[in-house]
Write a protein that binds this ligand. Sequence first.
Ligand code: ADP
Ligand code: MG
Length: 460
Amino acid sequence: MHQIVWNNCLKAIRDAIPEQSFKTWFEPVKPIKLEDDVLTIQVPNKFFYEWIEEHYLGILKKCIRHEIGKQGRLEYFIPMENQTRSSAGEPSFPKPLDSSHIVNPFVIPGIRKAKVESNLHPDYRMSNYVEGDCNKLARAAGIAIARKPGGTAFNPLFIYGAVGLGKTHLVQAIGNEILANHPDKNVLYISSEKFTQQVIQSIKNNAIDDFMAFFHNLDVLIIDDIQFLANRTKTQEIFFHIFNNMHQVGKQIIISSDRPPKDLQDVEERLVSRFKWGLSADIQAPDFETRMAILDAKSQLEEIQLPYPVLELICHNIKESVRELEGVLISLAAQASLNQRQIDVLLAKEVIEKFVRNYTREITLDQIQKMVAEHFNLKEEYLQGRTRKRSVVIARQLSMYLAKNLTTYSLAKIGGTFGGRDHSTVIYSVKTIKDLLDTDDGFRSTVSELEKKIKMSMAV
Ligand code: ADP
Ligand code: MG
């Protein structure tokens, strides 16, 4: 029986691949047995096994399905090593072939389930993810999911928030927690970029079915930065099917994004609507206390001694991103050791200053107008309008002055955004404000405060 099955497979394979390849790779293969829908073939050595898996898995899978049925599987027998190996799943995915990472596309759910390499980083844990008001809901949902993946109402769990606020950390921590609670679950973490690459690769290799079949093995799929699927129609379509297949059978899906589902542009509506099925939880910028707790934890982890006033100074100044908080910490430690200096308030000020200055280039004209208008309690339109009212004129001139000082835009460009004024108006405004600054102390402190506020607001 196994001989007949294998001969039929060979016929199909011979038609599908070059004659020379067939001779090289398939003539030396011998069928050994067919038992419980598992066809075992003997290959000369491990190299054959790997080569066949890598290059001919798609066609083999088709043949096996055709001959034995959907539940059919293939096993290899390698005489030298005297062992059998299961067939690996997606050839290029997720890891090079290795007996400890074997994935089997023909696997019957629940039976002989192969273990998938999770791609999770062990350092991202729940225990080192500091809780704050900014992440309470997302964190709690994650913990609930980790207890019962797929068994809560939070499917999918959609976590969104600005860059550097801890999305990747949290989704990976949930993955690690799931594995800690349920070691036999198959969890996969993948970035949307990687996912897209895999789709493209699979299409190129004519192996998209294998790629999709791979996801049948998973219990939990974590996909990071889903906003990168924007405009990638084919990838979205594949993801849509994977999502449906997994969701239908109660597998857990965890998604992160830099914006809420409704703001995802160029992502198909049918996908966006599915993202809303479970729970959407946002992560916000941490408040002062949370920043203190995070920085304290990080400095202990990195074994960097931070005096309390330094801790406070950093957390007062760096507000928008945890990644930047870490950046300041590392940079501070580096400066201290390079220049053989103490980590003190003075050094911390220098480092913070540098960080903040690095970001000033990204200040937008829009932002300046918005914040000046806010400060003077004016409508933003006034800054672009023609009103000659003194208070408006000053605010308008000050905005131009700040635009000139805080951005690298040309005078013409700056003038243009203030209701189509020209560069000479900007020069005049800058001069007027400078004169005022020289003569009016109160005005000077207002301006410096405003300047600081704008810089900080952009320090992301
Ligand atoms: P995102 O994916 O949202 O851009 P990351 O997850 O990469 O952000 O987080 C940036 C850095 O900040 C990481 O090193 C992460 O460990 C750290 N971080 C963010 N939030 C927290 C938190 N609540 N507790 C501890 N570390 C955090
Ligand atoms: Mg991230």
